[in-house]
Design a protein around this ligand. Structure first.
Ligand code: SAM
Length: 268
């Protein structure tokens, strides 16, 4: 960390947050990030469109949770860089009192979010933390200030859990957080998925190597469905996210790997 509070940024290793920013038309990315994204797009055309579709899924889900389910508090894990149509923009447009805790471990995200997006808003906070440190996130002063654990909340893991390797038990990580939330809370997941072993292996190998191991793996549909065990799935269940309450805005994406996921409610 620098003396002015800014954090040093590694510009030699591609970052998931900055590659994502590039796809979404942002400016907080470097050549190294753009090269990796363009290589994946060349391997699997439609990858960039799939990323933009994931953002549209986020918009549909957050609006649904605020409008139809009365949710007023969100924990967004692996929140990334985007400052347009972020969770608080979408939720607070419907319910100005909605509260959001963003969590990401990439320093470029905190630099951007703190300075550009969140400073004006007392109902949002950004925590720089590794998602695997569940207790540190739950016990953080901003989480305690913004999240009432006696009331339902939404826990968002969007385009994120594929960053967590199996040995770090992503299923257990999600479970530990859900267990701490009130009944009536919601879990939302979108996850990079492929039905083809060859694609899962190629993409996992490529991104894992290029990001110096900061990646988990592309998973299968049943592996993603396992995250929702014990919860009540919202219709239409665990599906391609473009099939979750579609609104006609999605672009044609790669059929070979795609966002798969859904929304589920913690029962009483
Ligand atoms: C592809 S972006 C997704 C952004 C956003 N959730 C969305 O769906 O639009 C994934 C984000 O997860 C973050 N990330 C990856 N591993 C993480 C970890 N272990 N702890 C916290 N954040 C992590 C990356 O820095 C990146 O910003």
């Amino acid at each position: 960390m620098q003396s002015d509070g800014y954090v040093d940024i590694d510009t030699k290793t591609p970052s998931g947050a900055r590659g994502y920013d590039y796809i979404l038309g942002g400016t907080d990315n470097y050549a190294i990030d753009r090269i990796m994204v363009d290589q994946v797009e060349a391997m699997l055309p439609g990858t960039k469109a799939g990323t933009r579709n994931n953002r549209r899924f986020l918009e549909r889900v957050v609006r649904y949770l605020v409008q139809d389910c009365g949710i007023r508090q969100f924990i967004d894990i692996g929140s990334g860089l985007p400052t347009q149509q972020n969770v608080h923009h979408i939720a607070q447009a419907v319910a100005p009192d909605a509260r959001i805790v963003y969590v990401d471990y990439d320093p470029v995200v905190i630099r951007h979010q703190k300075v550009a997006a969140l400073a004006e808003n007392a109902n949002t906070a950004f925590i720089l933390a590794d998602a695997r440190e569940v207790d540190a996130i739950l016990d953080h002063a901003d989480t305690r200030r913004l999240i009432d654990f006696g009331q339902p909340a939404a826990l968002l893991y969007l385009a994120f859990l594929h960053f967590i390797p199996d040995e770090d038990d992503p299923w257990g990580m999600v479970r530990r957080l859900i267990d701490r939330l009130a009944p009536g809370s919601y879990l939302v997941i979108s996850h990079a998925t492929s039905d083809e072993a060859e694609v899962r292996q190629a993409v996992t190998g490529f991104i894992g190597e290029n990001s110096k191991g900061n990646f988990g793996r592309v998973r299968t549909r049943p592996e993603v469905a396992r995250f929702f065990e014990g919860l009540e799935l919202v219709e239409p269940g665990v599906v391609k996210i473009t099939d979750w309450h579609p609104d006609g805005r999605d672009e044609e994406e790669s059929p070979r790997w795609f966002g798969f996921g859904g929304v589920a409610r913690k029962p009483a």
